[in-house]
Structure formats: C-alpha cells, structure tokens
Design a protein around this ligand. Structure first.
Ligand SMILES: [Zn+2]
Length: 358
C-alpha cells in the first residue's frame, strides 16, 4: 500500500474506489492497483493493467481472525436533523456533534455513505466498525456557506470536514434533501442562490445526496400518483443539481410513514425511470449487515441522536461484541466467524464476492 503514498489523497480514494468495484466483479484488484508500477506511483493508474498479481494479498481466514472480522455484524445508522443551538429534541449543537464524532472515533467507528452500505462496498479499515451518519430535512445548519464562499466551520459539513482533516475519519455521510417545502429554510440547506453549488460541492467532497421527497410528503396518506411523482422528480432534480453522472439511490421516508406497497420505490413518471435501492426508517435501532438474509434495504432502522442515545448504542456494542460489524479491511471480501450470534441472521446466498470464514 505504500506504493501510492505520494499520490494525492483524493486521487487515491477515487482510484481505490474504482479498483475495488472492478475487483469485486472480476478479481483484478491486484492487476489494476499494482500493474505496471515502475517506481512512479502517480503513473500507475493510467498504465495498462498487467496480469502480475504477485503483490496481491488476498484475505485469508488467519487475517480475518486476527482482526476479529465480523462482516455479518450490525451497523449503526445515525439520524440527525438540525445542527445549531440550543440543543433540543431535533437539534444537536455543533459542540455536541463534534463530541459525537470524537466518541465514535474513540470507539472504533468509521463513516460510510448509506449507498456504500446497501451495495456492500464498505471501504473501512480493518478492525473498525462502519457507521452511517444521516441528516434529514436539509436545514441550513447542516451545510452553510459564508459570504466569502468558505464552509461555515460550525455547520455539519464544516465539522465533518474538520474531523476528516484531523484523521481517522472520512468525508462520508448521507444528506436527505427537501426541494419545495415550508419553511423554505429547509429547501436544500436554505441559501436559495447557492443550492446548486452546495449540492455539487457536497457530492464532490464524497458525501451522498439522497431524497426526502419534494415536500416531506406522507407516502402512506398520499395518492399513489403524487407519491410516484415526488419520488421521481426529487431524484431527477437532485441529480441535475449535482451534475455529471451523479445518481440518487437513497431515500429517507418522511415521518417514517411507508406507502402500502414498497413497489413504488421503483417506477416511472412521465417517461423518467427511477429506482431507490435504500430507504431509511425514523427509528428502530441499529441495522443488520447488508450481507444478512434478514437485511431489508428499503426498511433500514436508524438511531436518533439525542440525549444519551449515542452513548447507549456504543455501550450496547461493548457489552455484546459478537453483534458488532468488524471490517476485515478488504471491501472485496466478506469475512465473518463460523459461529454467528443468532440475532444476525444467516449469510445471504449470493454475496457476489469471496466469503472468508474462520
Ligand atoms: Zn424529515
């Protein structure tokens, strides 16, 4: 891994991401990452892949056991609303939010986006537990730009970026945006003139933009045609703001009120097809691993962060370590002990990647 120590950090991340996706499909990780290395690591990415796999270190049961890997374990999906003052039922202060991240780092957690979780592409260091931070309702305190264009360090993104710079963290979290709602402060983080720029910045930094419908629609009570319209149009509008080939695939179900039929999470509206592959509930605790037969990608439970909920979650894992997801450090393989705690379900039949048990 030292070979690309001199590459720019963001290039490394992008490069690894692509390599691991391809690797998961074809087993070519080694060939792509290490192929043609000639002492100038910055060139490696653009060179022809070779079949030299001598440097590949495939995950082994011994390595998985050494870090206590359990990728069948549970993953917390945390839920935030406003970042601001004072602390309240739906508001976390910047100071408390900073402390939340410090506690998570200290307890061995590492952030991923919701999409990475449901796709099973979790780039988490060996021995650490993935955590998904989610933000509902796109209020300005989550992401605010100052007059000079800089990111407000007291806003959610400012705090997450500072945590990343300090080390042991990454620019990963999932933001569920509203597009046309009262109060209009909740329309794409307030600041109407900057909304496109902010969504672009958000996804360029590595965070995920998801939908919370256009108007915080109650999908249980709405007419199906209205629900379908909001699911399709919100996805399209966010993708347009994000630019490039950005793809919205995650949804936060407003009020946690589900439609009668989950079938409407994929469909078509006025010729535009849409598919949500992940949907989150309002509550329900920690999530099962996406590799478990009992995992339901359209009904992912969350933990609302308020009071001592975060401390409780962490101490529950400390009391029940066999329930906790522990990464093997290799996104291309799924590692877990042969003896699994009953609550975790069974490994899904086709994980689409090598399975390592010990
Ligand atoms: Zn909401």
């Amino acid at each position: 891994m030292l070979q690309y120590a001199t590459m720019r950090y963001d290039n490394v991340i992008r490069f690894l991401g692509v390599a691991f996706v391809i690797g998961a499909l074809s087993g070519l990780v080694g060939g792509l990452i290490f192929g043609g290395a000639d002492g100038d690591p910055a060139k490696a990415a653009s060179e022809e892949p070779t079949t030299d796999t001598s440097l590949v270190q495939a995950m082994t049961p011994e390595q998985a056991a050494a870090v206590g890997a359990n990728e069948m374990g549970q993953i917390p999906v945390l839920e935030y609303h406003k970042i601001g003052t004072p602390e309240a039922e739906w508001t976390r202060t910047p100071e408390n939010f900073r402390q939340d991240i410090a506690k998570l780092k200290e307890a061995g957690f590492y952030p991923i986006n919701l999409r990475d979780m449901v796709e099973g592409n979790m780039n988490v260091p060996a021995g650490k537990t993935p955590v998904v931070l989610t933000f509902d309702d796109s209020s300005p305190g989550q992401f605010r730009l100052n007059d000079d264009g800089s990111i407000d360090p007291e806003s959610g993104i400012g705090i997450l970026n500072a945590a990343t710079e300090a080390g042991g963290w990454a620019q990963k979290a999932t933001f569920f945006l509203l597009l046309d709602v009262q109060p209009d402060n909740n329309v794409v983080f307030g600041q109407p003139d900057l909304k496109q720029e902010k969504v672009q910045q958000l996804v360029e930094m590595g965070y995920e933009a998801g939908s919370h419908t256009i108007s915080h629609l109650n999908l249980k009570e709405a007419y199906t045609e209205d629900a379908v319209k909001q699911l399709a149009v919100s996805k399209g509008e966010i993708e347009t703001m994000a630019g490039g080939d950005y793809r919205v695939s995650s949804l936060s179900v407003p009020f946690g009120e589900y439609p009668e039929d989950d079938g409407i999470f994929a469909g078509e509206y006025e010729g535009a097809k849409y598919t949500y592959t992940a949907a989150v509930e309002v509550s329900g605790g920690v999530s099962l691993s996406p590799f478990s037969t009992d995992f339901k990608a359209l009904h992912i439970p969350r933990t609302i962060v308020r009071g001592d909920a975060l401390d409780q979650m962490i101490s529950n894992f400390e009391s029940n370590p066999s329930l906790r997801y522990i990464s093997d450090g290799d996104p291309a393989a799924v590692s877990f002990p042969k003896e699994l705690a009953e609550d975790l379900g069974q490994p899904a039949g086709d994980l689409g990647r090598p399975t390592i048990t010990y």
